[in-house]
Design a protein around this ligand. Structure first.
Ligand code: HEM
Length: 227
């Protein structure tokens, strides 16, 4: 591969990395935190939302192609970009230098959190074969238990704040990368708006953790049997 072709491939990978952060991963995060926050309204709407997801046809294939492959690509590229990053927040004390460093740090934290989170929810659900209406009682049981101690609460606090920051600040990077906001004033205003998006998502996530912590309610399957 010639130097020009290598530069083009590098450029393309950077664009795909930026795009996958928004679609599908960012969109998933927004929906995921919104659906989980249904738990603050009551356990019944939350259980119904899990029932709907776990009764989708071809669920595992949707998850693999729409979620797991993009997350894996975004993570591998993210670790590569972190390994070649130039850090200088101490030398140049501008907020953007700090945000640049925090974006890479939060990405690493989200990756570790995801391994834990999926390893304690989706992985045992699949391993023990809880499908369709059996999934919700199992998953709600896992969450109830998770938030009865401080370890689980702190792990989720860190995971949620890291993910919502990474997404909010990542939206800014996406707009710069795709040339959507030009000029210092527009970039500053967009930065503030995206941080507010991150803040709203953080509040939704933490409210869910609080509700599970204060009010752990076990549930029976909405519908017994497979019909
Ligand atoms: C309030 C906090 C959260 C709760 C209560 C929660 C709950 C859950 C549950 C119950 C599942 C299993 C869904 C199923 O198999 O039907 C799940 C999966 C998942 N969660 Fe979360 N989650 C939270 C925060 C997060 C955060 C912050 C992220 C992103 C870093 C995240 C990313 C994921 C991913 C990628 C999956 C796998 C989705 C799938 O396989 O369909 N979650 N979560």
């Amino acid at each position: 591969m010639g130097a020009i072709q290598r530069d083009q491939a590098h450029f393309l990978l950077l664009k795909i990395h930026s795009l996958t952060g928004l679609i599908p991963i960012g969109l998933f995060l927004v929906f995921h935190l919104a659906i989980n926050s249904l738990r603050t309204v009551g356990v019944f709407p939350y259980q119904l939302s899990i029932d709907v997801i776990n009764n989708l046809p071809f669920l595992i294939w949707i998850e693999i192609f729409v979620l797991y492959i993009p997350i894996l690509f975004h993570s591998v590229m993210g670790f590569y970009l972190t390994s070649i990053a130039k850090y200088n927040p101490m030398r140049y004390r501008y907020p953007r230098n700090w945000l640049y460093t925090l974006q890479r740090l939060s990405g690493g934290i989200v990756f570790v959190f995801l391994v834990y989170h999926m390893g304690t929810t989706v992985a045992p659900k699949l391993w023990f074969g809880y499908h369709e209406f059996q999934a919700a009682p199992f998953l709600i049981g896992v969450m109830n238990e998770e938030f009865q101690g401080w370890t689980g609460r702190i792990i989720y606090l860190i995971g949620i704040v890291a993910a919502t920051f990474h997404f909010g600040n990542g939206l800014w990077g996406f707009c710069i990368s795709w040339g959507l906001i030009v000029g210092p004033k527009a970039q500053r205003n967009a930065g503030i708006a995206f941080m507010l998006v991150g803040l709203v998502l953080t509040i939704m996530g933490l409210a869910t953790v609080l509700e599970f912590s204060l009010n752990p309610v076990p549930v029976a399957p909405t519908k017994a049997g497979g019909l």
